[in-house]
Design a protein around this ligand. Structure first.
Ligand code: ZN
Length: 168
């Protein structure tokens, strides 16, 4: 009788452990960074058009520099969270248009601009690779001659980083 009770308790412990591990695995990042846009053969395409280049630190009007990269993609293309995060911004900005800002562990922040659709809310937790919105032409990407793209920024402790060094 006693042996059966111990067996039963061990069984319950095993179930709880499996549930807990499953929960941990669900939110665990599978890679250091995911690319926010899914490209064929994993080849990233940076926007280049008559309005400018989408490279990191490309020249912009006046003294302004481009603090991110422009990932060329059709309007409506899914945009994914690069790492697990908390949504700290899901708003409209004159330049960025509809954008999402994510806070990741270790002080990393990622920003996704010019979206046509935002599918997350502020303070929500997202998984790595979770769809957070769709590519659009909102904000200053609205000019006709500008090729549709995702404006993507990566920062750590407010310092802009070159996303190409992290996206593989
Ligand atoms: Zn940009």
């Amino acid at each position: 009788m006693r042996r059966r009770l111990i067996g039963f308790l061990l069984f319950i412990c095993l179930i709880l452990f499996l549930l807990y591990s499953g929960y941990q695995l669900y939110y665990l990042d599978k890679a250091f960074f995911f690319c926010p846009i899914e490209y064929k053969q994993d080849t990233i395409i940076i926007r280049h058009d008559s309005y400018g280049s989408g490279d990191f630190l490309a020249e912009r009007n006046g003294a302004r520099k481009h603090n991110g990269i422009d990932l060329q993609a059709d309007i409506g293309t899914a945009v994914y969270a690069v790492r697990g995060a908390k949504v700290i911004g899901a708003r409209f900005h004159k330049g960025l248009g509809n954008y999402v800002e994510l806070l990741h562990p270790q002080g990393y922040v990622s920003i996704y601009g010019h979206l046509s659709k935002v599918e997350v809310k502020e303070n929500q937790l997202v998984r790595q690779g979770q769809k957070i919105g769709e590519v659009g032409k909102t904000g200053n990407a609205g000019y006709r001659g500008i090729i549709p793209h995702l404006h993507f920024e990566l920062r750590r402790n407010a310092l802009p980083l070159d996303p190409m060094k992290f996206l593989k």
